[in-house]
Design a protein around this ligand. Structure first.
Ligand code: ATP
Length: 276
């Protein structure tokens, strides 16, 4: 099957005065149609940088080389306008902090409508109908009222759900979620992950799910690529990562997860004992 998206030997460096820092050092990966690829790695491992570099989201100071292809077409070297059109329509992107994606000065409904209008030729009535339908689908109560609200009047979880809803409404070929559950509490995190699972099942779209959290990734990803210091350290399905990964860095992530689970189990047992 032809990949929807692939990176081949992607390199990103930053030149500051006379110093050149390599941030991404030859990353190769591919996402098949209908597949969810998890990119796992600790803060600073190059997860966001790899995606931003391929989608034209980096400033001029960065130097990008190698290859990034979407549906077989090279992305590196394309004009900012071409890449802007690609993002939003064919590639949906959901970022870590939904607050930064909404303008605090405008009502949520206006901002949804603006995005819909920028990528489609829907008239005002169609935009309103689709906005309400999207909010209902994302399980937002009182959709009509929500459209009238300003971002600060909604919770982080609600805004994140709306961001996913906007991205999915464009029926992109690829949905990229960069740490979409990091800035929200555990219960909302659980709901947002369910949302991704539902979208994946319903739309059969290719997805990239970026996270430093092996638990979160294991719920949605079919395959996981582990990044460490700008390089691919390991890859395989969750079972492989959990039981057969040989890379020391990957093992460290797995052990950390086991330690967290053990601690969680201990707290639960303590609580049960105190109730008894
Ligand atoms: N704007 C920037 N200017 C200079 N260096 C940067 C910039 N953004 C990221 N970096 C550096 O690039 C490297 C990779 O960062 P990247 O954002 O891809 O990490 P990440 O794995 O996505 O982690 P996080 O989730 O914390 O963002 C890190 O060393 C980081 O310090």
């Amino acid at each position: 099957m032809k990949p929807v998206f692939e990176l081949e030997g992607l390199r990103v460096s930053l030149r500051q005065r006379h110093k050149k820092t390599e941030l991404v050092r030859g990353v190769s990966l591919a996402v098949e149609p209908g597949e969810c690829l998890g990119i796992l790695g600790e803060s600073g491992s190059g997860k966001s940088m790899s995606i931003k570099a391929s989608m034209g989201l980096l400033d001029k100071g960065f130097c990008v080389s190698g290859s990034a292809r979407f549906e077989g077409q090279e992305l590196l070297g394309r004009s900012p306008e071409e890449l802007r059109r690609l993002r939003g329509k064919k590639v949906g992107i959901v970022l870590q902090n939904p607050m930064t994606c909404f303008d605090p000065l405008y009502r949520v409904g206006y901002q949804i409508a603006e995005t819909f209008a920028a990528h489609n030729d829907w008239n005002a009535g169609e935009i309103r109908r689709r906005s309400l339908k999207m909010l209902e689908k994302m399980c937002i109560r009182s959709p009509e009222e929500t459209l009238e609200k300003y971002p600060h009047q909604l919770s982080g979880g609600m805004l994140q759900r709306i961001m996913i809803g906007i991205a999915v409404s464009m029926t992109p070929k690829l949905l990229i979620a960069d740490e979409p559950t990091t800035a929200i509490d555990a219960i909302t995190q659980f709901e947002i992950l369910n949302e991704f699972l539902r979208v994946k099942k319903e739309h059969q779209m290719a997805m990239i799910f970026i996270s430093h959290d092996l638990n979160a990734i294991s719920r949605v990803a079919d395959r996981i690529v582990v990044l460490n210091q700008g390089q691919v350290a390991d890859q395989g399905d969750f079972y492989h990562i959990l039981h057969h990964a040989s890379d020391p860095y990957t093992r460290l992530l797995v052990e950390k997860r086991a330690a967290v689970m053990e601690r969680y189990q201990g707290i639960l047992e303590e609580k049960e004992a105190s109730y008894a």
